[in-house]
Design a protein around this ligand. Structure first.
Ligand code: TXA
Ligand code: MG
Length: 319
């Protein structure tokens, strides 16, 4: 069922059920992070391999203490104070209170305070830390509306909190705070340029690691639509396919004259607008029966454009 009853969502979560929740990035599939049986349901519902750890969502920075080992690194405080609530996940050493299933046996945990008002209210009023991956079947594009969640997982969960369409539209940036200098594990909703400004240095980016199965969000093929996708900055390719009814164009800011199926990520030329539209449009194309191929134009490689290109290149790597 889809609804907007935060109290009902909290009651279900407290009873060990799994609930769909809105965040500013994408929708999550949430369970009480301290209840290993509830977290196991999340893995089963999503079809997620047990070696892929979950992020824990909290309502306030002060809740981090019981989930982590003190002292927390200085960089954790610097980044969380600056970017929380918001689309940033920070990886730090976990405490014994966090069940191993949440972190896939790692001794670290990813934490984030999301900024969506409904989920913040849920987190703060229930005082439950919520383990939540994106609410999509494993490997597919993350959902950015409650209806996306309902279409794919509605039969498997008792409730989905409807918080409208996600404003950021792609997942949080993940930063590993356990090393001497912070590292980016996933490009996401906070642009690296903003993080560099707060850190005072440009962090290393370690997102490509097909050889690191502990973090499949970093696997080359992920976030993929069912249909074949080509990512390009070669405008000739668009000319070549122009007019074809079975090919969808995902263009960055300029439309192509007379192509039947096209979406423009950002008519206003804003990386924020482009990110918010990315998964929404990819899902639209996937739902169109006559479309067999998606051709996507590469975004300018700065700001959120980096995360957009990251998701598109992983979608393009889908075999
Ligand atoms: O924006 C988001 O982060 C969304 C919303 C729902 O909050 N969540 C999300 O979760 O994208 P998920 O499970 O789809 O992606 C989480 C990523 C995975 O790639 C996982 O490997 C990585 O976070 N991760 C989680 N805990 C980690 C840890 N301790 N060390 C390294 N990577 C971790
Ligand atoms: Mg995901």
């Amino acid at each position: 069922m889809v609804g907007s009853d935060v109290y009902n969502a909290a009651a279900l979560l407290r009873a060990g059920d799994v609930v769909g929740i809105p965040t500013e990035t994408v929708y999550g599939l949430a369970a009480n992070a301290l209840d290993a049986r509830a977290v196991a349901k999340v893995f089963a519902i999503k079809g997620r391999p047990s070696f892929d750890p979950l992020i824990i969502h909290i309502g306030h920075l002060s809740q981090a203490a019981e989930l982590t080992q003190s002292p927390l690194p200085e960089v954790f405080y610097r980044l969380s104070e600056h970017f929380w609530p918001g689309p940033l996940t920070l990886v730090v050493k976990k405490s014994d209170k966090v069940p191993d299933i949440v972190t896939s046996g790692l001794d670290t945990v990813g934490l984030r305070v999301p900024s969506h008002p409904m989920t913040l209210e849920l987190l703060q009023s229930s005082n439950l830390p919520l383990a939540a991956p994106s609410a999509n079947p494993f490997g597919y594009i993350s959902p950015v509306t409650a209806q996306h969640v309902e279409q794919q997982l509605g039969q498997k969960i008792p409730y989905i909190l409807d918080g409208g369409r996600c404003t950021v539209g792609l997942e949080s940036t993940i930063i590993d705070c356990t090393c001497a200098s912070a590292r980016i594990l996933r490009k996401g909703g906070v642009p690296i340029e903003q993080i560099a400004e707060v850190l005072g240095y440009f962090p290393d980016i370690q997102t490509h690691s097909s050889d690191n199965p502990r973090a499949p969000g970093m696997l080359t093929s992920h976030y993929a639509p069912r249909k074949k996708l080509i990512l390009t900055d070669n405008t000739k390719l668009f000319d070549q396919y122009s007019g074809r009814n079975d090919v969808a164009f995902l263009l960055y800011k300029n439309p192509t004259a007379e192509h039947p199926v096209q979406r423009i990520l950002t008519p206003l030329d804003s990386d924020l607008e482009a990110a918010a539209n990315l998964f929404y449009y990819l899902r639209e194309f996937d739902e169109m029966p006559h479309i067999t191929l998606i051709i996507a134009e590469r975004a300018p490689d700065r700001g959120l454009g980096r995360a957009i290109n990251d998701r598109l290149s992983r979608a393009a790597a889908n075999p």
